[in-house]
Design a protein around this ligand. Structure first.
Ligand code: HEC
Length: 142
């Protein structure tokens, strides 16, 4: 009996660590892809360190606007053309849309910016990101 219990405990621990590392791997993948996509599509304006460019492009690093996560997910895909306030400063240039980014791309970029600059330690899963994008797409229809 004791052996069986020890065996079960070992099995339990084994599966638990296996699951954890699956999650870790997934996050690592999202983060690395997000970093590459950010470098390619966002760093021109928001800069590699995410601090933005003076009065032209708002910072993402340390931005209080990140609390509007659904808006952020949508602006990555659809762009934005209304003035916003970030950390008390007003920005009024439009941000271009990125229709070429897939839902997974947007999820990876969101994971990257929120883990790097937004105090998050979890992934922004593509399922959730797709749901948010669908809502915004419907809202954009005339
Ligand atoms: C051509 C320059 C440009 C590019 C490229 C660009 N942005 Fe922006 N971004 C802006 C501007 C300008 C605003 C302010 C928009 C407004 O006032 O409505 C903005 C706003 C934002 C905001 C909300 C405000 C803040 O700083 O927290 C986030 C988040 C953001 N961009 C992320 C991204 C991401 C991620 C990418 C890459 C997919 C990207 N941007 C690509 C110019 C750009």
């Amino acid at each position: 009996m004791k052996r069986v219990l020890i065996g079960l405990a070992v099995l339990f621990l084994f599966f638990q660590t296996a699951c954890q590392s699956q999650e870790e791997l997934k996050k690592e993948k999202y983060f690395v892809e997000g970093y590459q996509l950010y470098t390619e599509h966002c760093a021109n304006c928001h800069q590699t360190d995410g601090k933005g460019l003076e009065a032209l492009y708002p910072p993402i690093n340390g931005s209080d606007y990140l609390k509007n996560k659904e808006k952020v997910i949508c602006l990555i895909r659809f762009g934005q053309n209304e003035p916003i306030t970030v950390n008390g400063k007003r920005f009024s240039r439009p941000m271009p849309a990125n229709p070429q980014l897939t839902d997974i791309d947007v999820a990876a970029i969101t994971t990257y910016i929120y883990n790097k600059w937004g105090d998050e330690t979890v992934i922004s899963d593509v399922k959730e990101v797709s749901r948010v994008l669908d809502v915004c797409r419907d809202q954009q229809k005339p």
